[in-house]
Design a protein around this ligand. Structure first.
Ligand code: C2E
Ligand code: MG
Ligand code: MG
Length: 525
């Protein structure tokens, strides 16, 4: 310590050591000469003089030599230090998310791998929380990428602060963050942590020009001892996150094996869908829509079914979302339109046909020309075709939707807003987009006779239809009581099992042929 204080540089200390070693040999010679040789008279005073000279020269030579060695050594140490620092910096850059400054995916993989390798499990069962922001795409698309970045940075800060001493925070990429809770957290503790995270969304985020409120969904999964790779636990957390999002957003769900089974089932459906169209496994059924006063059939709604070779008949609710996800909704939707137009053209005019169209179909520039081509090819008058859309189409670019609906209407095609009441039920959408018909979702029909609130909602929707001068159709009419109730409220049309279940194309023709008899019987009755 003392030496270091006097000689701070390593090469100085080397030189000092060299000088000491250099001085040692002449000193021994002098000692020998003066004490031992003189006694025996072997050495003369000349030798003593040389030794004394060496005592000056040797420390200098050895000191210089050692100084050089010291320089080389300290240069080596400096290089090693520089390399260590460079590697540390590199590792920090590689393991840090450049935008938010928090640990990134590579860091997560490194840390989880360490946990798996060191085998601190199952004693310490680590939990992984995957957090995904609600409406992040909306921020990016409508407020710009700078606002999106600012939101991620602000959330990253809130997370780091809230999780300090509790859990480690990572950004996976995009709007996905991962929170790792080590040490076998109980379900209660995980619930508390999730509540804390959800609490971070209570205050709005300040995004340059505006304040923005959002929420987050969380999928929870545990790291298992037999996890061969990090992706296994990430996949489980992702499945749980998917479920949490499906529920309502701003919720958290713990992974359960049934989720993986469901994902496999969906995967199989997606795979089978890709060849179902070419294999001719789809067919349409038609459900009549009648005028509420006359009970005369005005049109039929075309409803797709899938005759699966192993699984039997699959209803649309089980595969339309998979078709949307895979993009297969475009060829399938085009097939539905063409088939419905061809079959409806065989019915007596003015009986119409209503075809359900998914939002993604509008993104296809060829969609409106395809509708026109189907009408031309089938010879069906445009006024006999109704396109049914749900409010989810308004997620698609508003300009595309508005242009397409306007063009279709200009061509004579009718537009119906399906399942009204369960989505946004936005009055603004009724104002902004050209519509001819509002279809009240059947969940209200089923509840309206026993529930005052649902009855009032049906009444309000019918009044809305009146205000916007569009016809109103009540879906899911199963009893005379329901029919009478909505008739009294002023609905225009009805559809439901009371009138008829969906039937085949031939069944529709048979119903139409019996129609005069049916109406005559009613008027007598
Ligand atoms: P949606 O367009 O609202 O069609 C009405 C659904 O209600 C049909 O179910 C019909 O069978 C059912 N329904 C009609 N009356 C009653 C009733 O009185 N009681 C009950 N419980 N149900 C009734 P389906 O055929 O299973 O279709 C479900 C949904 O699948 C449709 O709802 C529509 O959103 C979608 N879908 C059907 N075909 C297509 C299609 O070709 N393309 C697209 N994109 N979606 C389709
Ligand atoms: Mg419909
Ligand atoms: Mg509907």
């Amino acid at each position: 310590m003392m030496l270091k204080a006097f000689l701070p540089n390593p090469e100085q200390r080397y030189a000092a050591l060299g000088a000491v070693i250099g001085a040692l040999f002449p000193a021994i010679c002098i000692f020998y000469d003066a004490i031992i040789a003189d006694v025996h008279g072997v050495w003369g005073s000349g030798m003593l003089a040389i030794s004394v000279a060496s005592l000056i020269v040797m420390p200098l030579v050895c000191g210089l030599f050692f100084y050089q060695r010291g320089r080389a050594h300290s240069r080596l140490l400096e290089e090693l230090d520089l390399r260590r620092k460079t590697e540390e910096n590199l590792s920090r850059v590689v393991h840090t998310d450049q935008l938010t400054g928090i640990a990134n995916r590579a860091a997560l993989e490194r840390d989880l791998r360490e946990l798996l390798v060191t085998g601190s499990m199952p004693a310490g069962r680590t939990a992984l929380l995957m957090l995904d922001l609600d409406r992040f795409k909306f921020v990016n698309d409508s407020m710009g990428h700078d606002a999106g970045d600012a939101l991620l940075v602000a959330l990253g800060r809130r997370l780091i602060q809230a999780m300090s001493g509790i859990a480690a925070v990572y950004r996976l990429g995009g709007d996905e963050f991962v929170i790792v809770v080590a040490g076998s957290p109980s379900q209660g503790k995980l619930d508390d942590i999730c509540m804390t995270i959800k609490g971070l969304f209570v205050e709005p985020f300040q995004l340059s020009t505006a304040q923005f409120w959002t929420g987050g969904s969380i999928g929870v999964a545990y790291l298992e001892p037999d996890d061969g790779s990090i992706s296994a636990v990430l996949k489980r957390a992702d499945l749980a996150l998917y479920k949490a999002k499906e529920i309502a957003g701003n919720s958290h769900i713990v992974y359960a094996p049934a989720m993986a089974e469901e994902a496999t089932r969906k995967g199989e459906i997606e795979y089978d869908l890709s060849r179902a169209l070419a294999a001719g496994e789809f067919y349409l059924e038609y459900q009549p829509i009648v005028g509420i006063e006359s009970r005369a059939i005005r049109s039929f709604e075309a409803l797709i079914r899938w005759r699966h070779p192993d699984k039997g008949i699959i209803p649309p609710d089980h595969f339309i979302s998979a078709a949307e996800k895979t993009g297969l909704i475009l060829p399938i939707g085009n097939w539905v339109l063409k088939t419905a137009c061809l079959e409806a053209a065989r019915w007596p005019a003015p009986t119409g046909v209503a075809v359900n169209v998914a939002g993604d179909q509008f993104k296809d520039r060829a969609f409106v020309p395809h509708v026109k081509a189907c009408l031309a090819e089938s010879g069906l008058a445009p006024g006999r075709l109704t396109i049914e859309v749900t409010e989810s189409i308004f997620y698609v670019d508003a300009a595309i939707i508005s242009d397409s609906l306007t063009e279709l209407r200009a061509h004579g095609v009718r537009i119906a807003l399906d399942d009204f009441g369960i989505g946004f039920s936005s009055i603004n959408n009724l104002r902004r987009f050209p519509l001819d018909q509002l279809k009240v979702d059947r969940s209200f029909t089923q509840a309206m006779l026993g529930n005052q609130r649902d009855a009032e909602i049906v009444d309000i929707i019918l009044k809305l239809g009146n205000t916007f001068q569009v016809s109103t159709t009540i879906e899911g009419i199963e009893t005379e009581g329901q029919m009478e109730f909505v008739r009294a409220l002023g609905a225009s049309e009805a559809q439901g099992f009371l009138i008829s279940r969906p039937v085949s194309a031939e069944g529709a023709i048979a119903i139409l042929q019996r129609e005069p008899e049916r109406l005559a019987a009613r008027s007598i009755g």
